[in-house]
Write a protein that binds this ligand. Structure first.
Ligand SMILES: Nc1ncnc2c1ncn2[C@@H]1O[C@H](COP(=O)(O)OP(=O)(O)OP(=O)(O)O)[C@@H](O)[C@H]1O
Ligand SMILES: [Mg+2]
Length: 368
């Protein structure tokens, strides 16, 4: 196999071990020109290690990296970071404290020996874009966290790298500012269309910014998809549980029925169900379940249960429902106006078309 020339950036069988510890395992990924892709996963899953290999700070143990089809990293040869047309913002970002905003942003252009007039023009343009033109002569210590972050972004983008690498660039900011900045990052991307790899462990951040999200789990890729597919069609239990909250319904095919703890549904209710046998599992989001006082004729999987817990979160109610005669807990969210009391008898209705098939717990080797 060889790297595709159609891809801007491609990783093939990319692996990195630290002694016996595998940090990144056989990662395959190809980014189109101008694509924004996130690496998403829990702490220690190999995100930073992958990014550092892309940047050229680290040699892979196996596999290779190519830009425009030309190999720039493999176990025998690594093109150094300064010879790659890439910008990286590190996990603990830094802008130079002894330089003004304008000088920070101009730095990379001066290194590239651009003319003074062009430098001024490009610095002003990017500072306009990140809305910092009026703070051009300030020093970093005189800026808020979000403003410093915007300087770091401006400095990385102004050199118009072929590839932009961002390692949790918002991790130092408080929640409100993070929300503001993630939209800002997407807006900058729409303006400059730089091929970007964005590392985060925050699923909302990945969903707001990205064309596609790569979910990593113990050094491996579990799934690569656009945000909508990833949320609605997770292919593993890990992905289903990491991207938003979910219920796992673990059942067993018995004749023409699927038997779940506390309820049974006709096998035929599931599209393409004829080949299903043995253990079958589904991921169902709490807001995809309807709750009612009575069963009606509406199609779907009906579950009779009782409310075990409830919590009011302002924007919605969250209920935990136990199907009759079972220890299963099904989480359901409803609009704030739908009020039920603890211990009340209710019916749940699940649309099988919105239940995502996932591996049974035994098949994925993890407890749910
Ligand atoms: N220089 C190193 N030497 C030994 N082990 C390392 C080294 N760097 C990383 N590791 C290990 O490799 C694994 C992946 O680390 P990495 O920094 O890539 O994780 P991450 O996904 O970026 O996590 P976080 O979200 O916490 O930043 C971890 O188990 C880590 O302990
Ligand atoms: Mg990291």
């Amino acid at each position: 196999m060889s790297h595709s020339h159609n891809a801007k950036l491609s990783l093939m069988g990319l692996s990195k071990s630290f002694g016996p510890v595998p940090a990144v395992v056989e990662v395959d990924l190809a980014l189109r020109q101008g694509e924004f892709v996130s690496l998403l996963g829990p702490s220690g899953c190999g995100k930073t290690t992958t990014l550092r290999m892309i940047a050229g700070f680290m040699k892979p143990t196996a596999g290779s990296i190519a830009v425009n089809g030309n190999t720039i990293s493999d176990p025998s040869n690594v093109v150094p970071p300064e010879k790659r047309s890439m910008s990286m913002i590190f996990q603990s970002y830094a802008i130079w404290p002894n330089m003004t905003v304008g000088e920070n942003v101009a730095f990379g252009l001066k290194l590239r020996k651009l003319g003074r007039a062009e430098i001024t023009e490009r610095v002003n343009r990017i500072l306009d874009t990140v809305q910092l033109r009026h703070l051009k002569d300030r020093y970093p210590a005189e800026l808020s966290g979000g403003q410093q972050q915007r300087v770091a972004l401006a400095r990385a983008i102004v050199i118009e790298p072929e590839v932009l690498l961002l390692d949790e660039p918002l991790s130092n900011l408080d929640a409100n500012l993070r929300e503001e900045m993630r939209s800002e990052i997407r807006r900058l991307h729409d303006a400059f269309r730089i091929t970007t790899v964005y590392v985060t462990h925050d699923q909302s951040e990945a969903m707001v910014t990205s064309d596609r999200i790569v979910v990593m789990n113990h050094g491996r890729i579990d799934q690569v998809d656009d945000p909508v597919s990833l949320y609605n069609r997770p292919r593993t239990r890990f992905v289903a549980g990491f991207i938003g909250r979910t219920n796992f319904l673990d059942g067993r095919v018995d004749g023409n029925q699927i038997v779940f703890p506390g309820f049974t549904v006709p096998l035929a209710s599931l599209p393409g169900s004829s080949e299903l046998v043995g253990e079958v599992s589904f991921s169902v989001r709490p807001q995809m379940i309807d709750m009612a006082m009575q069963r009606t004729d509406d199609a779907g999987w009906w579950v009779e249960g009782r409310i075990a817990e409830r919590a009011y979160l302002g924007e919605y109610w969250e209920y935990v429902v136990r199907p009759v005669g079972s220890a299963l807990k099904i989480r359901v969210t409803t609009p704030p106006t739908t009020v039920h009391g603890t211990d009340e008898a209710v019916w749940l209705r699940i649309d099988p078309g919105r239940a995502a098939r996932v591996p049974a717990p035994s098949a994925e080797g993890v407890p749910s």
